[in-house]
Design a protein around this ligand. Structure first.
Ligand SMILES: NC(=O)c1ccc[n+]([C@@H]2O[C@H](COP(=O)([O-])OP(=O)(O)OC[C@H]3O[C@@H](n4cnc5c(N)ncnc54)[C@H](OP(=O)(O)O)[C@@H]3O)[C@@H](O)[C@H]2O)c1
Length: 343
């Protein structure tokens, strides 16, 4: 089937017009998409914190206007400009410039460079792939980084911050299925049963143990060193939360840091580094080479598969995105909002 520039489709677009910002669902034609790449019939997308920034006037993420928002997408190939991607093939795309300086996944159609495309691995549905999405990919990179640093399931408990959000939920569930003892830190008391279901054995912050990392209690500067509790940590909150994690890592342990929902500044001391030999491992999911991206997705379908994918995703529609983007920007979402588009 060939599509022409006159075909219309629905898309959620953010636009700045003469310093006026607007966003919402509009009708576009294929002529509005880039001309190069693989045309995809988008089945699912997912809502990320970065999407909330891209769809906000002062979010400093969007690089074009108008922009079809959405850094994640999964669907079927409709038109291909390479012989290794067949029409009808199920695929995933995320990262690079998608949803930032190239139209993204909150649309019924997307045109994506073939070199950004990941064929859907056996063992995952498109819906499951978008439940995992960029957050699960980031969590998997974090687990890989910690294990490359020497972490194994027997080493001791692992702390996950921002545990009820996208990266946090996927980190808890990947670690739990891999046999790690997981401590989940969250600002949402209501997320307690959910985090237990994903496999967390210890619940931190407002959920129970208040000795560390309640998002509302992070105004006090951390001690330079506190009791060594964690064999490793996955932090997607940054700011004061990360500053509290570093002094509580065990000797030789590492924290994989990927996010800044709690702030971009990091005020800490060198003591955890020079007296306990701890490591701060930076995680960037955006610019991962495509061979590594495809390899990590194979692992997400097999040995890094999350424990309970069905518990994490909640379906919404393109029309629900306006409120969903506000909710995720405020840190108010538990799990992952899945956008049903053409499925
Ligand atoms: N480096 C990368 O490649 C990469 C990839 C993906 C995401 N990220 C970043 O990772 C972070 C999480 O992304 P996400 O998509 O998982 O977001 P999300 O679903 O909104 O989850 C973020 C979670 O952070 C916690 N949080 C703590 N303090 C907060 C605060 N002051 N405001 C809001 N939330 C707060 C909340 O969990 P609790 O209520 O449970 O505490 C919230 O649910 C973002 O900064 C995102 O940009 C980076």
């Amino acid at each position: 089937m060939t599509f022409t520039g006159s075909d219309t489709f629905r898309a959620f677009v953010a636009r700045t017009n003469d310093s006026q910002f607007e966003r919402g669902v509009v009708s576009l034609t294929l002529g509005d998409l880039p001309t190069d790449g693989v045309l995809i019939d988008v089945a699912w997308s997912g809502v990320n914190y970065k999407d909330a920034l891209a769809a906000t006037a002062n979010g400093r993420v969007a690089r074009i206007s108008p922009l079809v928002v959405g850094i994640d997408l999964a669907g079927h190939v409709i038109e291909s400009d390479v012989d290794w991607l067949a029409v009808g093939q199920p695929v995933i795309a995320h990262g690079y410039e998608l949803g930032v300086s190239r139209h993204g996944g909150f649309a019924e159609r997307a045109r994506v460079p073939a070199e950004w495309v990941v064929p859907l691995p056996d063992g995952l549905t498109l819906r499951e792939a978008m439940t995992i999405g960029t957050p699960g990919f980031t969590a998997a990179l974090s687990v890989e980084a910690l294990e490359s640093d020497g972490l194994t399931p027997g080493t001791g408990p692992i702390l996950v911050t921002g545990a009820s959000g996208g990266v946090g939920s996927l980190a808890v569930s990947i670690l739990a299925r891999r046999g790690y003892e997981v401590a989940a830190s969250s600002g949402k008391p209501s997320a307690r049963p959910y985090l237990r279901r994903l496999g967390a054995s210890t619940l931190m912050g407002r959920l129970g143990d208040t000795t560390l990392i309640d998002r509302t209690d992070l105004v006090q500067p951390p001690k330079p060193l506190s009791s060594a509790r964690w064999a490793g940590a996955i932090d997607c909150v940054g700011g004061a939360a990360l500053a509290h994690v570093l002094p509580s890592l065990s000797p030789g342990a590492a924290v994989a840091a990927s996010g800044n929902t709690g702030g971009a500044d990091l005020h800490t001391s060198v003591l955890p580094f020079i007296l306990r030999g701890v490591s701060l491992l930076g995680i960037d999911s955006v610019n991962v080479a495509i061979e590594d991206r495809r390899r990590v997705w194979q692992r997400l379908a097999t040995d890094l598969r999350p424990s309970d994918i069905a518990a994490i995703g909640h379906e919404i529609s393109l029309e629900d995105l306006d409120g969903a983007l506000d909710a995720i920007g405020d840190g108010g979402v538990t799990g992952r909002l899945l956008v049903r588009i053409g499925a």
